[in-house]
Design a protein around this ligand. Sequence first.
Ligand SMILES: [Zn+2]
Length: 80
Amino acid sequence: MNIQPLEPVHSPDPRTTILFEISGVPGISGYGELSYKCPSCEAILLKNIYAVHMARIVFRCPSCGGLSRMQPAVGKPESP
Ligand SMILES: [Zn+2]
């Protein structure tokens, strides 16, 4: 399984950020190729998802309360 750490977020802008309150672990589970863990406590927050679908969402970890989000280009080089 490909598990990436999420990018820590310290002060998300409420005007442009969607905050997803995760209530359990994993918070989201699907059929994609990537899993993401909390950068602070390493709880698996997102399991088997497609990164592009939720790139603008900030997640709140149910274990430590930390905020984090996907990095825009994790695992893929920028396209020219
Ligand atoms: Zn955490």
